[in-house]
Ligand binder design. Structure first.
Ligand SMILES: Cc1cc2nc3c(=O)[nH]c(=O)nc-3n(C[C@H](O)[C@H](O)[C@H](O)COP(=O)(O)O)c2cc1C
Length: 244
C-alpha cells in the first residue's frame, strides 16, 4: 500500500536502453532535486555529471567494473559540499568556522535528500535509476580524477536512463523492524527470523545473513573500504580528533 498515487513504484534499474535523455531533461531533474529541504539554507551538495566516455569508463573501473555505470545515458556523482558556502563567507570577508563532523553530517543529509528527490523525479517520468555506493572502492583515485577540492566529499553515484529491464519489486524488512514507538527496542529472535525470511528472495542463496556478512561481516567489503574512506575524509577536510 502506498499513500501517494503520484510516487512511482521504485526498483533499481541496472540495464538501460541506449537512447539518451531528451535535451534539458537532466537539468530538469536537478532542478527538482534542488527543491529538497536544506539545513540552515546551506544546500551543502554538488552533483558531478560524468559526460566524457573515457572518464566514465575509468570511474566504472574504480567502482568495481559495474557495467551499468558505462551503459547508463547519465551518471552523476553525488557529493557532500561545504566548500561552496565557505567561499560565500570568504567572499564577504567572514571567517569560516571549523566544523568537520557537523559539516559531514549535514552535507551528507542535504546531499542525500536532494539525490532522493532526483531519483523520485526521474522515476515519475518513467526513467530508471540505480545508486552506486561502489564508488567508495576507488575513492582516493576518484577524488583526484574529478579534481574534488577540500570540503567536497563524494558519497555515491546515480545511473539514470530508460529502463531496459523490468525487475520485480524487491523485498524489505517488516515495518515493525523500522518503526519504533517512543523508545528504541532491539528485535527479538523471532523478529530477526521474520526479516531473514522476508529478505531471502532478494538473494541468490536464499540466505540474507550471508549477503549481509559479505558486506558488513569481519573482513567484508565495508571493512575493506574503511581505510581509503578515512584517508579521503582526512584529505577532504572532514576529519577530526577528540581535541579538535
Ligand atoms: C547508497 C546506495 C548504494 C548502492 N550501491 C549500489 C551499487 O554500487 N551497485 C548496484 O548495482 N546497486 C547499488 N545500490 C542499489 C541497491 O542494491 C538496491 O537499492 C537494493 O538492492 C534494493 O533494491 P531496489 O532499489 O530495487 O528496491 C545502492 C543503493 C544505495 C541506496
Amino acid at each position: 500500500m502506498t499513500l501517494d498515487p503520484i510516487l512511482a513504484p521504485h526498483r533499481s534499474i541496472r540495464v538501460f536502453r541506449p537512447e539518451p535523455l531528451a535535451d534539458g531533461m537532466t537539468e530538469r531533474l536537478v532542478a527538482d532535486a534542488q527543491r529538497a529541504p536544506s539545513d540552515a539554507t546551506g544546500q551543502m551538495y554538488s552533483f558531478v555529471r560524468i559526460r566524457d566516455r573515457a572518464l566514465r569508463r575509468r570511474v566504472s573501473e574504480l567502482s568495481g567494473d559495474q557495467r551499468h555505470i558505462v551503459e547508463a545515458p547519465e551518471f552523476l556523482i553525488v557529493c557532500a559540499d561545504i566548500r561552496r558556502l565557505t567561499r560565500v563567507l570568504e567572499h564577504r570577508d567572514q571567517v569560516p568556522g571549523r566544523f568537520p563532523a557537523t559539516g559531514l553530517h549535514f552535507a551528507t543529509v542535504d546531499a542525500t535528500l536532494a539525490a532522493q528527490r532526483l531519483v523520485d523525479a526521474a522515476e515519475a517520468v518513467g526513467l530508471g535509476t540505480v545508486c552506486i555506493g561502489g564508488i567508495l572502492t576507488g575513492i582516493e583515485a576518484l577524488v583526484e580524477l574529478l579534481a574534488l577540492p577540500a570540503g567536497v566529499m563524494p558519497l555515491f553515484g546515480v545511473c539514470i536512463g530508460w529502463p531496459g529491464e523490468e525487475p520485480v519489486e524487491r523485498p524489505r524488512v517488516a515495518m515493525a523492524s523500522v518503526l519504533h514507538a517512543d523508545r528504541y527496542r532491539d528485535q527479538d529472535a523471532e523478529a530477526i527470523e521474520r526479516d531473514l525470511n522476508a529478505m531471502a528472495s532478494t538473494t541468490r542463496s536464499g540466505d540474507w545473513a550471508r549477503v549481509l556478512a559479505r558486506y558488513f561481516g569481519a573482513g567484508g567489503i565495508m571493512e575493506q573500504r574503511e581505510a581509503g574512506l578515512r584517508r579521503t575524509l582526512e584529505h577532504q577536510g572532514f576529519a577530526w580528533t577528540r581535541e579538535g
